[in-house]
Ligand binder design. Structure first.
Ligand code: AMP
Length: 182
């Protein structure tokens, strides 16, 4: 978890590979569907381009399907999901019905000013259509309103690991991996 631009995607790819488990990014799956022009992509794009969350029903169904694949049997790393309380509850149910549970939640903590700078840079490097100044502002608002409160839910469960997300990519990866090992 962490606000847009905290480095979740970058870290999640490396950490999942180090752990030998699939990296499941709901944002990547939505973007792949947008590129492929699927009905799911068409539906998701309107929300993404506005900086809003794709409705829970769509997102939950997509995750349910993805984690049912065999490559997820040894475990998996979710990136950008859950983002709402309804997604938290739905994920619990999906996992429970398979006799599984969430082991750990990693929160990358960052300075919000730094985050906006990173996102504007990403807009130049990758050309993401949701990285414009207005949409970035909205995405941050939505994060603080809907997703930041979930951190407390996982803290209460005792599975939250807070990791300083500032600094070098490799340094942050090392912090994440060493916190996970403790
Ligand atoms: P991300 O790549 O994780 O920043 O996600 C990009 C966009 O995809 C978000 O701004 C949302 O519009 C959408 N999205 C990704 N994950 C979710 C989610 N768990 N719930 C709702 N919308 C999501």
């Amino acid at each position: 978890m962490g606000p847009p631009g905290a480095g979740k995607g970058t870290q999640a790819v490396v950490v999942a590979s180090a752990l030998g488990i699939p990296h499941i990014s709901t944002g990547d799956i939505f973007r792949a569907n947008v590129s492929a022009g699927t009905p799911l992509g068409e539906e998701a794009q309107r929300y993404m381009d506005a900086g809003e969350y794709v409705p829970d029903s769509i997102t939950n169904a997509m995750v349910r399907d993805r984690i049912s694949h065999d490559d997820c049997n040894p475990g998996f790393l979710l990136d950008g999901y859950p983002r709402t309380l309804e997604q938290v509850n739905e994920l619990d149910m999906m996992l429970e019905s398979d006799g599984r549970r969430l082991d750990r939640v990693v929160e990358l903590t960052v300075d919000t000013d730094e985050v906006v700078g990173r996102l504007l840079k990403r807009a130049q490097d990758q050309g993401r259509t949701d990285d414009t100044a207005d949409v970035i502002r909205r995405r941050l608002e939505v994060y603080f309103d809907q997703t930041a409160p979930l951190v407390a839910v996982y803290r209460e469960r005792g599975i939250l690991l807070e990791v300083d997300g500032m600094g070098d990519v490799a340094e942050v990866t090392e912090r994440v991996l060493s916190t996970l090992r403790d």
